[in-house]
Design a protein around this ligand. Structure first.
Ligand code: PLP
Ligand code: COI
Length: 341
């Protein structure tokens, strides 16, 4: 296998062509055999439901190369289950966890040379995608689907990796409705977030910060990442019907508990930001991005969380523990890691 000459430590979070992707078609009510492809293209019917009616879902997970050279995939079953939940949400056939596992392992193994070395701190991002390929013009679910997975080596999602970032509350646009599709990982939510995201970037912020769409009173999430705050030895994270159930957040809740913190999942009024000693945005791509401050421009308020501009000790401990488990430096007590054989 030819060695790659990549600047592993300076990768960004972006698309890169790798050697292979894997595909599986759903036809006549059943999933077919797994296929391997070296093409970046797919051929689609112009009336495919994914194109017109957004009948598509995606996932995001990562593989890490340990100091021992082994490749570890983080929480692949949890991602399979979330995809199944999304399938129910937008009327797509569920992909069985076993098929998901087989395809993730296969695509990682086949692109092994793209898994960044341990020392780089980078990882292999795994992007599963499920699309309605059957033709419909009426608004109905397709009768045919394509599930595929591609991978690429990535660096940090936010500039600077584990360092504090400023966020801005965007009140003009909602990414999802209270009983809408925010809890599912469907493309439409991300299309709906692009204006808010651009607005935040144009104003010089790392990312947009959403409040609940109904009352604009409670914290929802931070772009493509969940929110958590730390105070009085407690990990607090929003309970909301319009945010994605983040697998990173779920893992951090467990790790916080392991570290002796109390964990609360509840509505968080925006004003409560004043009381947090630390806060972070968390997700597969974001890992933990500690929050420096959150500006609410319309209300002319700035909630400064990291007063010295540095990540706090609990964020750091959670980050080190999570990364330690992912890279195999810390024992995987919760059975979150799948080793690629
Ligand atoms: N929230 C949104 C909107 C996301 O797109 C993501 C990314 O997947 C997350 C939160 C974090 O979820 P996870 O930790 O499962 O990656
Ligand atoms: C992830 O964290 O996996 C995501 O899906 C974020 C992505 C939208 C870039």
């Amino acid at each position: 296998m030819k060695e790659l000459d990549l600047d592993w430590s300076n990768l960004s979070f972006g698309y890169m062509k790798t050697d292979y992707n894997v595909r599986c078609y759903y036809r006549d009510g059943a999933w077919g055999e797994v296929e391997v492809s070296d093409s970046e293209n797919i051929s689609l019917h112009m009336a495919a439901t994914c194109l017109h009616y957004g009948q598509e879902a995606f996932e995001g997970l990562k593989a890490f190369r340990g100091q021992d050279g082994k490749i570890r995939i983080f929480r692949l079953e949890a991602n399979a289950e979330r995809l199944q939940h999304t399938c129910d949400g937008i009327m797509m056939p569920q992909l069985p966890t076993e098929k998901f596992r087989e395809m993730v392992l296969k695509v990682v193994k086949m692109n092994e040379r793209f898994v960044p070395p341990y020392e780089s701190g980078a990882s292999l991002y795994i992007r599963p995608l499920l699309i309605g390929t059957g033709a419909q013009v009426g608004v109905h679910p397709a009768d045919e689907y394509l599930f595929m997975i591609f991978v690429m080596p990535v660096g940090p999602y936010f500039k600077g990796g584990f360092s504090t970032n400023p966020y801005v509350v965007i009140r003009q646009y909602d990414r999802s409705a209270p009983l809408g599709t925010g809890i599912y990982k469907v493309g439409g939510n991300y299309a709906a977030s692009m204006r808010a995201n651009k607005m935040a970037h144009d104003l010089g912020y790392s990312c947009e910060f959403y409040l609940d769409a109904k009352e604009k009173k409670y914290i929802d999430e931070c772009g493509a990442a969940n929110f958590f705050g730390i105070k009085e030895n407690t990990y607090v994270t929003p309970k909301s019907t319009s945010i994605l159930p983040s697998i990173t957040n779920k893992s951090l809740m467990q790790l916080a508990e392991d570290l002796g913190l109390k964990v609360e999942r509840r509505q968080i009024p925006i004003e409560e930001l004043d009381t947090f000693e630390e806060a972070g945005a968390c997700g597969t791509a974001a890992v933990i991005s500690p929050i420096e401050r959150i500006d609410d421009l319309e209300m002319k308020r700035s909630y400064v969380i990291a007063k010295d501009g540095k990540p706090g000790p609990i964020c750091r401990k959670l980050y080190d523990t999570l990364r330690g488990i992912q890279y195999g430096d810390i024992e995987d007590r919760h059975g979150w890691v799948t080793i690629v054989e």
